[in-house]
Design a protein around this ligand. Structure first.
Ligand code: SF4
Length: 371
């Protein structure tokens, strides 16, 4: 049974050069109609108690205060959140007024899209905020007492040096956030970055330099009291992201909004993506158009493997066997042994997990389970 919900806000005040998320520039968009459609979709889910809700995007803080409040009231009317109610926020949009609203309606965690503390790199990324905005937003968070926030960063940025990584680590040691997400920049097709790299106008690190930065980040954050718990996530004790762990544990969740995915009753569903089509489908048909994919047992087991291996504690062997009625070795014994012999996986304490070397080549290990 699903205990988590993701809600998607597909609007941004500016489009970043590397982004391939489901988002549109907010100017001239039917934002009010979108919020109304979202509320209609929420009303189709029975009122209930959930462990976590995550409102992401796009950028949820691109909504104005009236739109935010309307959405928050509806969420509060229908759902009780027992553990984590998270909002993604851009530093320049996290005004005191918006933060007051989030706080008033029970949001207890903020995922702050910092990306880097270097103004020049922020400009290259096409972000709308700068260094000062980051500190202003964090001051607001501290002032209001919403201290459970994640600083979300990227590395492997074009032109980034080790000094930039060191700067970010220095700010982390001073600010003491509860959580850090630190992802390597992925150059996705159909983005401005992709075209610039293709034309030779820009380059990012080769695999070796990227790997060095990654290992440095893991070790340095560990030294600052943020052990790694997932490939790109680090937290102070007791502050791992409960919502994101829903995905990595392969547990079920509702997905609400344009382009959202959900996982209910062994089926993955994918809501229609374009904002206008989403609104139309809610207005005209009273329900969201979605594709549904019923996962066969084999696919469920594959997903269990590669999602759980993202976490440092890896796959719980007994849980796998209880959930699927098969011994893990009867299904994946050869792949597991191959990866152990290559030094990418380890088996101990009833778990199978990536080694340090395995984390550097995680995707190639995951692919081994997709046969
Ligand atoms: S703010 Fe986020 S969702 Fe919007 S364009 Fe930038 S990276 Fe994409």
């Amino acid at each position: 049974m699903a205990e988590s919900m993701y809600i998607h806000i597909p609007f941004c005040n500016r489009i970043c050069t590397y982004c391939d998320f489901n988002k549109v520039l907010i100017d001239n968009q039917p934002v009010d109609a979108y919020v109304d459609a979202l509320i209609k979709e929420l009303k189709q889910i029975d009122p209930q108690t959930l462990r976590t809700i995550f409102v992401g995007g796009g950028t949820p803080t691109a909504l104005d205060e009236a739109q935010l409040e309307k959405l928050l009231i509806e969420i509060n009317n229908r759902f009780t959140v027992t553990e984590e109610f998270s909002f993604e926020a851009n530093p320049d949009e996290l005004t005191m007024a918006k933060l007051d609203l989030l706080h008033k309606y029970g949001v207890n965690r903020i995922s702050l899209g910092v990306q880097t503390f270097n103004n020049e790199l922020l400009r290259v990324l096409g972000r709308s905020h700068n260094y000062d905005d980051i500190f202003r937003a964090i001051n607001h968070l501290e002032e209001i007492g919403l201290t459970n926030y994640s600083i979300d960063l990227m590395y492997n940025l074009p032109g980034e040096t080790m000094a930039d990584i060191e700067d970010s680590l220095k700010y982390i040691s001073e600010l003491k956030p509860k959580h850090i997400s630190w992802y390597s920049l992925i150059i996705e097709p159909h983005t401005v970055f992709y075209n610039r790299i293709r034309k030779g106008q820009m380059k990012v690190d080769d695999d070796e330099a990227e790997g060095e930065k990654y290992m440095h980040i893991i070790k340095a954050l560990d030294g600052l009291g943020y052990p790694q718990y997932e490939i790109s996530n680090f937290s102070a004790p007791e502050y791992e992201s409960e919502h994101n762990k829903t995905y990595w544990k392969n547990d079920e969740y509702f997905g609400v909004g344009a382009g959202s995915h959900g996982y209910i009753g062994g089926r993955r569903y994918f809501n229609i993506k374009p904002v206008n089509h989403y609104i139309q489908s809610m207005e005209q048909e009273g329900t969201v158009v979605k594709e549904t994919l019923e996962l066969k047992l084999k696919e469920q087991m594959e997903e269990e493997m590669f999602l759980r291996l993202r976490m440092n504690r890896g796959v719980d062997i007994r849980r796998f066997e209880e959930k699927y009625g098969r011994s893990i070795d009867s299904v994946y014994g050869k792949t597991i042994e191959d990866e152990i012999s290559k030094g990418n996986l380890e088996r101990s304490g009833g778990h199978i997990y990536l080694t340090e070397a395995g984390r550097l080549v995680g995707n190639s290990v995951f692919i081994g389970f997709l046969n």
